[in-house]
Design a protein around this ligand. Structure first.
Ligand code: SF4
Ligand code: SF4
Length: 163
């Protein structure tokens, strides 16, 4: 799409800033007056603005919401993952890093020695869960707070993913 050139008034920016402020002020007063009228018993048919006092108050999440990953375990507590690399291969963000090792049980070919997911890069598409043939990875922890002060802090290792 061709970009429209700015008019002289737009180039001055002052009018655009004033317009933005006017819009915000209008919303503030209209919401404030609606809340005020409701608080004294008047019914206002317009939809209300809702403020959630996060994190004390939270909206219920949808059951299908994809949240932080977890690795599922066998009955003996070891990861179900067989290090087949399907999830690592399918991941569009290339944020899964697995190093395979031998499993002590001769009936199981491999197990992950390293299983890292970089949550700072993950796009929460769920492809890894879909691709897994062992139901070894799920995104049903309900954990959505994944902030960290460092990039390294966003990398979740196997011990964290197994918790
Ligand atoms: S949810 Fe998507 S982006 Fe995130 S680790 Fe799984 S496949 Fe990769
Ligand atoms: S697809 Fe499943 S079994 Fe294969 S490496 Fe990923 S988590 Fe492990």
């Amino acid at each position: 799409m061709k970009q429209q050139p700015l008019s002289l008034l737009e180039k001055l920016y002052v009018t655009e800033v004033a317009k933005g402020l006017a819009l915000t002020t209008r919303h503030f007063f209209s919401n404030f007056s609606r809340h005020l009228m409701r608080s004294v018993g008047f019914k206002v048919d317009k939809g209300e603005t809702v403020t959630i006092q996060y994190p004390e108050e939270r909206r219920p999440y949808a059951r299908r919401l994809r949240t932080r990953h977890r690795l599922t375990k066998r009955a003996d507590g070891t990861p179900r993952c067989v290090a087949c690399m399907m999830c690592e291969t399918v991941c569009p963000a290339r944020c899964i890093h697995i190093i395979a090792g031998e499993h002590p049980d001769p009936n199981i070919e491999k197990a992950p020695r390293v299983f890292d997911i970089d949550m700072g890069v993950c796009v929460f598409c769920g492809f890894c869960v879909e691709a897994c043939p062992e139901d070894a990875i799920r995104m049903d922890t309900g954990i959505v707070e994944l902030a960290s002060y460092t990039r390294e802090g966003m990398i979740y290792h196997m011990d964290q993913l197994l918790q």
